[in-house]
Write a protein that binds this ligand. Structure first.
Ligand code: IPM
Ligand code: MN
Length: 343
């Protein structure tokens, strides 16, 4: 039985990169069937609904969701959240995996060649924290205004993401919080960490505050294996780690519910309205995300073939301008297809 993939290009850059990922998935011969969904600002502006219930039900029923990006200058910032965050929350996609691997030393922004071995994974809690939208604005628009954004952390949520991080590690897990300043939330993270870390004597376990982790990532990213952290810190650290491997254009991600196997796979970048529409956006972040999707679906040989083809295309400089090539988005997708080896 082919796996049923819900394809959501979305807006802007998403519309350009998702077809390239589908092209590569077809070329690698994975047993998949695709169903495309129009979730876009155009549709929202026409209908007033960003994600309708019938579409959402179909996304939930699919074996996996391949997602581009949502966001458009014509709509406000609630639009993207009403789609992407809603899917993450309501499908309980609580584990956000954001790997950062340096595939070619020339893509590192760091001077020191010794520091160019980057192969780390940010494991971001994806359904809690300040992202839940708890809080409010009082006396809005007046000089007496008060804005409260609550940081919601649950035993279950913290426990499961910490446990999951160990399962992803090869040698080390570094837990990142800001418990020296945010003692309530940090206290829960610390308590669960101290309870769970000793259960993994095969792994090195350590803790860094989020400010120190940001600094250490730039000082020497080669030290990291798995970084596990909350929603907001994971958002920040995954943009930082993307830049350490060549930029947002090539960073992939998986949003998973490891309990029921559901998953949404998307590049870390957004709809990039300033770049979109000119055939210059990099499809590799989405292509690698589709590879993560295959690995998650158990198609590990095909997933490995995609990653190897991406590496070969990057090293041959058969890629878009942001990472030193001169190809268009579609040509860069073709280059990955060309480098696919038989599996
Ligand atoms: C991401 C994005 C989203 C996030 C935005 C669009 C809400 O930045 O996927 O990293 O903050 O999670
Ligand atoms: Mn982000």
């Amino acid at each position: 039985m082919p796996k049923h993939i819900a394809v959501v290009p979305g807006d802007g850059a998403g519309k350009e990169v998702v077809p390239e990922a589908v092209k590569v998935l077809r070329a690698v011969g994975a047993d998949l069937e695709f169903e495309q969904f129009d979730i876009s600002a155009d549709r929202y502006l026409a209908t007033g609904v960003s994600l309708d219930e019938a579409t959402f039900e179909q996304l939930k029923a699919a074996d996996a969701i391949l997602f581009g990006a949502v966001g458009d200058p014509r709509v406000d910032e609630h639009y993207a959240a009403s789609i992407l965050l809603r899917i993450r929350f309501e499908m309980d996609l609580w584990a956000n995996l954001r790997p950062a691997k340096l595939y070619d030393p020339r893509l590192s922004p760091l001077r020191d060649e010794k520091l160019r071995e980057v192969d780390l994974l940010v494991v971001r809690e994806n359904t809690e924290g300040v992202y839940v939208g708890a809080g409010g604005r009082f006396k809005k628009g007046t000089p007496d205004e008060v804005a409260i954004q609550e940081d919601l952390n649950t035993y279950k949520g913290v426990n499961r993401i910490l446990e999951h991080s160990f399962s992803r590690a090869r040698r080390e897990v570094c837990m990142v919080d800001k418990s020296n300043a945010m003692g309530h939330a940090g206290g829960l993270w610390q308590a669960r960490w101290k309870a769970l870390a000793p259960l993994h004597p095969d792994l090195v376990t350590r803790h860094l505050y989020s400010d120190a982790c940001s600094m250490e990532l730039v000082r020497d990213p080669s030290q990291f294996d798995v970084i596990v952290t909350g929603n907001l810190f994971g958002d920040l650290l995954s943009d930082l780690s993307a830049q350490l491997i060549g930029g947002m254009g090539i960073a992939p991600s998986a949003n998973l519910n490891p309990d029921n196997g559901k998953g949404l796979f998307e590049p870390v970048h957004g709809s990039a309205p300033k770049l979109a529409g000119r055939g210059i956006v990099n499809p590799i972040g989405t292509i690698l995300s589709s590879g993560m999707m295959l690995a998650h679906l158990g198609l590990t040989a095909e997933a490995g073939a995609i990653e190897a083809a991406v590496i070969a295309a990057i090293r041959a400089r058969e890629c878009t301008r942001d990472i030193g090539g001169d190809l268009s988005t579609a040509e860069a997708g073709n280059a990955v297809v060309k480098h696919l080896k038989g599996i």
